[in-house]
Design a protein around this ligand. Structure first.
Ligand SMILES: Cc1cc2nc3c(=O)[nH]c(=O)nc-3n(C[C@H](O)[C@H](O)[C@H](O)COP(=O)(O)OP(=O)(O)OC[C@H]3O[C@@H](n4cnc5c(N)ncnc54)[C@H](O)[C@@H]3O)c2cc1C
Length: 317
């Protein structure tokens, strides 16, 4: 039996593993995908908004070419953290169920484990918000964006008002998409759009190089078109790709299945004690971005690195 099973090998799951190792507790990290799976699925050309020192964990220095690291630098960094600390991680193994008797029984796609404590650091990046319109299942509709090359010469619709949508619209426009159209449900772009990016996108919209429909929604997607409901009535546009940058949400079904209560606040915050990070299920802790529920911009790497310290203080008390 292990002292701790950590579910999720994102940056915060790794912090927890390091803390377990420092305190000589037996542990394993289990992830359904690759190491730092969420980061791996971020856009290829993205740059972190944090400087590299703020993304450091386990006292391993993170040196990047510029102050703010790229995705590939971050992937390399977290690989190096795992090697330096010789962390025990089982990848491509999904946790499906957790049963509690005196101890925890963790059932995965590959087997089972028993543990005294569980840390859930499962993030929020696996479940995209759906548009829920006819045609959303067509292969041309993407909820994750990788790189601009496939969209060269194509009519692209970008749905969303926040950083991801803005970055995708600007990048596809600059890398030769034929026409980029932003479709925004709200009357304006999100307040959270990075202040150094906002004037760029606003000016591209103003000059018409990026088309935009505010207070608007896609209502139907076909092989070669989209229908947009706008305040002036329905508009049909020729379309090759829909990039739905509408955000992601934590897997509340998984949390509820293991008995974690979800708050009735607007962000559906999973119930946990912020002094210990323990949930309403004795012995199950939360760490990282999952702690914010639907408020996915509340916790990030920079400010949740220390969740691991709070948790292990409680475990060892
Ligand atoms: C484009 C983008 C840019 C960002 N830039 C920054 C930045 O500059 N600075 C910053 O601090 N933050 C940034 N963030 C936020 C940051 O990446 C996240 O807050 C961070 O990844 C959270 O780490 P985590 O370990 O809590 O969760 P994650 O990194 O999401 O890790 C969760 C892991 O759990 C695994 N998992 C989920 N369910 C299961 C299961 N049932 N069984 C097994 N494994 C499971 C997933 O595969 C995943 O690997 C950015 C986010 C995005 C989207």
């Amino acid at each position: 039996m292990l002292d701790v099973v950590i579910i999720g090998a994102g940056p915060i799951g790794l912090c927890c593993a390091i803390e377990a190792k420092k305190n000589k507790l037996s542990y394993v990290v289990i992830d359904k995908g690759c190491l730092v799976n969420s980061l791996y699925n971020y856009p290829k050309n993205m740059t972190f908004f944090s400087t590299s020192d703020k993304l450091e964990i386990g006292e391993v220095p993170f040196i990047s070419h510029n102050a703010k690291p790229t995705k590939s630098e971050a992937l390399e960094y977290y690989r190096r953290v795992v090697s330096s600390w010789e962390l025990d991680i089982n990848l491509y193994e999904e946790v499906e169920e957790i049963l509690k008797e005196d101890i925890f029984e963790i059932k995965t796609t590959k087997g089972s484990y028993s543990a005294k404590k569980i840390i859930l650091s499962t993030g929020f990046y696996d479940l995209p918000y759906k548009l829920n319109v006819p045609g959303e299942d067509l292969p041309k509709v993407k909820h994750y964006y990788d790189e601009p090359h496939p969209y060269f010469g194509m009519n692209v619709a970008v749905v969303g008002a926040a950083n991801s949508a803005v970055d995708v619209a600007l990048e596809t426009y600059r890398k030769g998409a034929k026409e980029v159209t932003m479709i925004v449900r709200e009357p304006s772009l999100s307040e959270s759009v990075k202040y150094w990016v906002k004037p760029d996108v606003e000016n591209r919209i103003k000059e018409g190089s990026i088309k935009s429909y505010f207070n608007s929604n896609i209502t139907k997607i076909t092989e070669d078109s989209i229908i947009i409901s706008t305040p002036e009535g329905d508009v049909t546009l020729e379309n090759d790709f829909v990039l739905a940058m509408t955000g992601y949400q934590p897997d509340f079904g998984f949390l509820e299945k293991i008995g974690i209560e979800i708050g009735d606040d607007e962000y559906k915050t999973p119930i946990h004690n912020s002094d210990t990070m323990m949930t309403n299920v004795e012995g199950i802790y939360l760490a990282g971005v999952i702690c914010g529920g639907l408020k996915t911009n509340k916790w990030f790497i920079e400010n949740s690195r220390d969740h691991s310290k709070i948790i292990f203080k409680d475990i060892l008390s």
